[in-house]
Design a protein around this ligand. Structure first.
Ligand code: NAD
Ligand code: DAU
Length: 347
């Protein structure tokens, strides 16, 4: 079977391909990625040259390019990761998010509709818990929680989820949606909280904490997310949504304290020196207070449970960034650097 994976050069897509291509040699994986600032083909050196892996540079917002890929490869499964993914960027410039996340998803859905007869093919839509908006101090997001997105990013992802559901109901598309909590792990672009803090700790730069650092996120190691996606692809019910989360609900400031402890242990740095880098900065506009996932459905229906605890996953992640400083330095140079200077100034 040909499997079209969009956004396979990004953080989660790379981890998905690195996990899947060597193990599932009866399938050919076509990685379709526009190679935005967030992509890095070097993530994929371990699978480059494998007979069941192909890379195609294409923008999913280009309908003709998408259709040409469907004509060329006739995929029976689409795993759709490609998106503009960073909330802060969506606040500075929402348009790119509408283009990639809404128009891009629309083009893929239309290509599936044009290609697959009813009941054939499967579109797996990778989405986020941010579509549900913010929780107060208690409660959890279930699959029934109403959508209430706060940022341009989450609104664009909510729109894409709605499009997928509309194509399921109106056109009989075979599709499944997963809404996952915050991921962390190898190859994550150092604009997101955990890799940014690791990079700054290693360079003894300030650790910018938004507001009071009391916002809560629920953390999942990236390969646990990838395994959950496979569980849903293989055994989830078509037309259904599954929430994915690892339960590790932590205030941002507590994540940073844990990172400081692990970086100190792994590098021999003095913990107090690292703690002094914590710098409280202006809060993110529309900053969601708390995310927490109720993963009962995926656990009870499909038997999926995460393998990594936050402690083991975070230590693995710190070790990966320590061993791959060159990767981190490279992605933080060039276009990303310019953007950071323009948008974040001296922070
Ligand atoms: P990322 O920003 O690291 O990677 C996104 C990838 O998509 C990049 O390789 C980029 O080049 C590609 N891309 C962007 N626009 C494109 C376009 N128009 N055409 C083709 N390719 C394009 O993102 P990520 O963190 O790996 O997230 C992947 C998916 O998972 C996204 O849909 C995101 O909404 C979702 N998600 C992410 C998290 C998280 O914590 N990172 C959690 C839940 C869900
Ligand atoms: O919940 C899933 C979502 O998680 C995904 O859909 C998004 O693609 C992904 O980017 C992530 O969104 P967040 O906004 O939660 O992630 P981010 O790493 O940007 O921020 C995590 C928390 O840390 C958030 O409360 C904001 C805070 N933060 C972030 C940065 C970058 C800081 O305090 N300082 C920072 O410098």
């Amino acid at each position: 079977m040909n499997i079209l994976v969009t956004g396979g050069a990004g953080f989660i897509g790379s981890n998905f391909l690195l996990l899947s291509v060597p193990r599932r040699t009866d399938h050919t994986f076509i990685n379709v990625d526009a190679l935005t600032y967030a992509a890095n083909l070097k993530n994929l050196v371990a699978i480059e040259g494998r007979p069941n892996y192909v890379f195609e540079r294409a923008d999913i917002a280009d309908a003709d390019a998408v259709m040409a890929l469907f004509d060329k490869y006739g995929p029976e499964l689409v795993v759709h990761f490609a998106a503009e993914s960073h909330v802060d960027r969506s606040i500075k410039g929402p348009r790119a998010f509408l283009r990639a996340n809404v128009e891009g998803t629309y083009n893929l859905l239309e290509a599936c509709r044009a290609t697959w007869s009813p009941g054939h093919g499967l579109f797996h839509h990778v989405s986020t818990d941010e579509v549900f908006g913010s929780l107060g101090p208690t409660g959890y997001f279930t699959e029934q929680t109403p959508y209430d997105p706060s940022s341009p990013y989450s609104a664009s992802k909510a729109a894409s989820d709605h499009l997928v559901r509309a194509w399921i109901r109106t056109f009989g598309l075979r599709a499944k949606i997963t809404n996952c909590s915050n991921n962390y792990g190898p190859f994550q672009f150092p604009e997101k909280l955990i890799p940014l803090m690791i990079a700054n700790l290693l360079e003894r730069k300030p650790l910018p904490v938004y507001g009071k650092g009391e916002n809560v996120r629920s953390w999942l190691y990236v390969t646990d997310h990838c395994e959950a996606i496979w569980a849903v692809i293989e055994n989830g019910r078509p037309g259904e949504t599954y929430n994915i989360g690892g339960g590790n609900e932590l205030r941002n400031i507590d994540v940073i304290h844990q990172l400081i402890r692990i970086v100190a242990e792994e590098t021999g740095a003095e913990r107090a020196e690292l703690e002094r880098l914590i710098t409280y900065v202006t809060d993110r506009p529309g900053h969601d207070l708390r995310y927490a996932i109720d993963a009962t459905k995926i656990r009870t229906e499909l038997g999926w449970v995460p393998k990594e605890s936050f402690e083991t996953g975070l230590r693995k992640t710190v070790r990966w960034y320590l061993a791959n400083k060159a990767w981190s330095d490279e992605v933080r140079s060039g276009e990303y650097r310019t953007w950071i200077e323009q948008n974040y100034g001296a922070r």
